[in-house]
Design a protein around this ligand. Structure first.
Ligand SMILES: *Cc1c(COP(=O)(O)O)cnc(C)c1O
Length: 404
């Protein structure tokens, strides 16, 4: 790939986000990346029919094996995350399940954040134990609990920071040391932070996962996921649990996400600026009982956030006295903020997460200490607010009128 021959290390984040991985089309000179909507490629007679012998730089054969548009996205992401290589997937969940199925087999153990993306929590509660893989759920923000969980046989520790929906952080550098001492690998879901805020591989993680559906795509129009890390891990993973399980990203989605990703550093700056203003406003609203934002001194782990996050991102959680009623009011009265799940879009989104319901479904926390930590961050329920790129004053006014 021509783009790889360039020395990206001297470039700033914005230049990388715009130019890394991309190159003008050699045939037409087109400046924008090509959208290659072809499932198959014309090859020579020596091409192998099996993916087994495929090299990373071999010509394209079939889009599930690799595609020029997807490849450009993977290369841009690898440069931005300081990774040797990247494998893109159809969704964040597809990336997560491919990672778990690649690193774990029957008889192995995994340690997983007790609070993580709901579908990750649910799959590791049910699907993986059903395959004979033991999953231990711990609050990974508690490093002693993490160390205690790393019993012999643990192959992988899976951490999300800041975690969805609590915005609780895990110290990646410290976790990496503990996990490696136990002979396991560390995976970090960095969807909420993005590469603009945190580079987990530099801090010692072995794998980074992003849902590209969120900040990286940034516009709420394409699902996608990615795994990043060392070539020694990801080259075999691409064959075993990407190509064979088939959670392949659509080239069209790759193209949309490439376009979104080009402005990621600019957008994250604006998301953070807006979120700080909105969080400060919420702290002054008498209807709001608690605000959690890593960028506020009131966040219980603000010092760690300052150390680990170069950008505090756009995710806020807050509580009101009557959560369910406020949720109903928001769904009816908000003028442009959408009452909807998902996050990281240019549009502001808000959704209520009810503690009792979640502890009975996605997060059956095992110990009193784990439930206390949930309560300390979420009380009886939280509003997860993904602060968009509208004018901060307008976002504040919309919340204000709906809270009245
Ligand atoms: C959304 C999300 C996922 C799952 O991503 P999809 O693209 O929806 O499959 C995983 N982790 C986090 C933190 C997320 O927010």
């Amino acid at each position: 790939m021509r783009s790889r021959e360039q020395d990206f290390s001297r470039w700033g984040e914005r230049t990388k986000a715009i130019h890394a991985g991309e190159f003008p089309d050699p045939g037409t000179g087109a400046s924008a990346p090509n959208l290659v909507m072809s499932t198959t490629f014309v090859v020579d007679a020596d091409t192998s029919f099996s993916v087994e012998g495929m090299g990373e730089e071999d010509p394209f054969v079939y889009t599930r094996w690799g595609n020029p548009t997807i490849r450009q996205l993977e290369e841009k992401l690898a440069v931005l995350e300081d990774a040797e290589t990247a494998v893109a997937f159809a969704s964040g969940m597809s990336a997560a399940t491919a990672l778990l199925l690649h690193t774990l087999k029957a008889g192995d153990r995994a340690v997983v954040s007790d609070v993580a993306y709901a579908a990750v929590a649910e799959a590791t509660n049910e699907l993986f134990p059903g395959l004979g893989i033991e999953v231990v759920k711990v609050d990974t923000s508690d490093l002693d609990a993490l160390a205690a969980a790393l019993q012999p046989g643990v192959k992988l520790a899976y951490v999300e920071t800041p975690c969805n929906p609590l915005l609780r952080l895990t110290d990646i550098g410290a976790a990496a040391e503990i996990v490696h001492r136990a002979g396991a690998k560390l995976a970090v879901d960095s969807t909420f932070a993005t590469p603009v805020a945190t580079k987990p591989l530099r801090l010692g993680a072995d794998f980074v996962l992003h849902s590209l559906t969120k900040y990286i795509g940034g516009h709420g129009d394409a699902l996608g996921g990615v795994l990043l890390g060392k070539a020694a891990d990801l080259v075999p993973l691409r064959k075993k649990t990407s190509i064979r399980l088939g959670g392949t990203l659509s080239p069209f989605n790759a193209w949309l996400i490439l376009r979104g990703l080009a402005t990621l550093p600019l957008r994250m700056k604006a998301h953070e600026e807006n979120a700080r203003k909105v969080a400060r406003y919420l702290e002054t609203n008498p209807k709001v009982t608690r605000v959690i934002y890593p960028g506020l001194p009131s966040h219980p782990q603000h010092a760690l956030a300052q150390r680990q996050m170069k950008n505090f991102s756009g995710m806020i959680s807050f509580q009101t006295a009557q959560g369910k009623e406020t949720a109903r009011r928001f769904a009816e009265k908000l003028r442009f903020i959408h009452y909807a799940v998902s996050l990281g879009h240019h549009r502001s989104l808000i959704f209520y997460l009810h503690t009792e319901e979640l502890l009975a479904t996605s997060f059956p926390l095992a110990t009193r200490k784990q439930r206390d930590s949930w309560k300390a961050f979420a009380g009886d329920g939280i509003f997860r607010l993904s602060v968009g790129l509208e004018d901060a004053d307008d976002i504040i006014a919309d919340l204000e009128q709906a809270l009245q």
